[in-house]
Ligand binder design. Structure first.
Ligand code: SIN
Length: 362
């Protein structure tokens, strides 16, 4: 190998010209230390694997390999037997359902194995909450699944990725993390997938759970849970992906003053099976748009009312007559989470009443 190529491989984990998405290692714990938990890290890219361009603010997400990320936190090798797989190397703005299916199937396959105790997924922060929620609804294991990202690229001064990855290993290896649904470890907090959302485009403290707060916090290599994730334990909405290759089309329409009809009619004309309306306040809808959505619902499009407001619940039949219009109220799910649940719900039923039940018990 040429000197420059060798140098690039040391820094990024990849060879020049190598197809990053094709670099996969089978999870095997052949040289494992007995007594340590076995954890598989699935890498998808993101800022946690980002590299600055010319040392400035600009950077490219998904540049570093999972081996390079793990190499920055050598301490985790003493906490778990860790193997890794490079599932993708993307900025999470490019996350799609094909990759969701691939991740979900791999996670279910790994967690069904006796020799795998937990899975960590490194992910861009932009759509991390949607992937976490999708996996929460389709992963059928009580073993920990932990998503982790970073706000600063790996090459930045004060990069937060190594500390977050260390925390993710702490969470994935803690017996207290079992049966809590899919978890997110970011900046010293651990969140449940249902409520966590990105609240800052730039700050290291980028994630919050606006309705219920974090499940716990991390200090000095330990995770302390302050409450249980009651919803994950009681949940009736869980889905199997067997036989599915894609998800029904569901769009989000953003509400605002003087909102036009066009986005709603465009989605109906494009044969979307569901519309999530990110309404104002308690999921309220401009009267013109309300008529278009009610017409869509009469045609069989499932309309879910959510809210563009960061916290609180979109309540059924309060300011709007959901029962009369045939709408579904999203409760505490934000629009992007409501979209994920509606896509999965539509694989089971088109009936708005049954879908309301899935929202009420998700
Ligand atoms: C991304 O979501 O891939 C880019 C932003 C980030 O990871 O923070």
């Amino acid at each position: 190998m040429k000197y420059l190529d060798r140098l690039k491989k040391i820094v990024t984990g990849f060879l020049p010209g190598q197809d990053k998405s094709a670099v996969k290692n089978e999870a095997a714990f052949a040289s494992s230390v007995s007594g340590l938990p076995n954890v598989v890290v699935l890498a998808t890219g993101g800022t946690i694997a980002g590299r600055q361009i010319d040392g400035g603010a600009r950077y490219q997400a998904g540049e570093l390999s999972v081996e390079a990320l793990l190499g920055a936190v050598p301490a985790v090798r003493g906490m778990a037997n860790i193997t890794s797989e490079q599932v993708a190397s993307i900025g999470s703005q490019d996350m799609d359902e094909t990759l969701w299916f691939e991740l979900a199937r791999r996670v279910n396959e790994l967690l069904a194995r006796k020799d795998v105790d937990g899975v960590i997924i490194t992910h861009g922060t932009d759509t991390l909450e949607e992937t976490a929620w999708f996996l929460d609804l389709v992963v059928s294991s009580d073993k920990p699944v932990v998503l982790v990202g970073a706000m600063r690229p790996a090459s930045a001064v004060g990069a937060d990725g190594p500390a977050n990855l260390f925390d993710a290993v702490v969470v994935a290896t803690s017996p207290d993390s079992a049966a809590r649904g899919v978890l997110v470890a970011m900046n010293g907090n651990v969140f449940e997938a249902r409520d966590v959302t990105k609240v800052s485009t730039t700050a290291v403290q980028a994630f919050a759970a606006p309705n219920f707060g974090p499940l716990g916090q991390l200090h000095d290599g330990r995770v302390f849970y302050w409450r249980s994730s009651g919803r994950a334990a009681q949940r009736k909405a869980s889905f199997a992906l067997a036989g599915l290759e894609s998800l029904p089309l569901v769009g989000i329409v953003y509400g605002h003053a003087d909102a036009p009809l066009l986005p709603v009619t465009a989605l109906v004309d494009a044969q979307y099976r569901g519309i999530v309306y990110a309404g104002v306040g308690n999921g309220n809808i401009h009267s013109k748009v309300l008529d278009a959505l009610a017409a869509a619902a009469r045609q069989g499009v499932v309309v879910v009312r959510s809210s563009r407001v960061a916290a609180g619940s979109t309540m059924r039949d309060v300011e709007l007559d959901d029962t009369r219009h045939g709408f579904v109220a999203a409760g505490t799910l934000n629009p992007q989470k409501a979209r994920v649940l509606l896509q999965l719900a539509l694989t089971r039923t088109q009936n708005a009443g049954e879908i309301q039940q899935l929202f009420d018990y998700s």
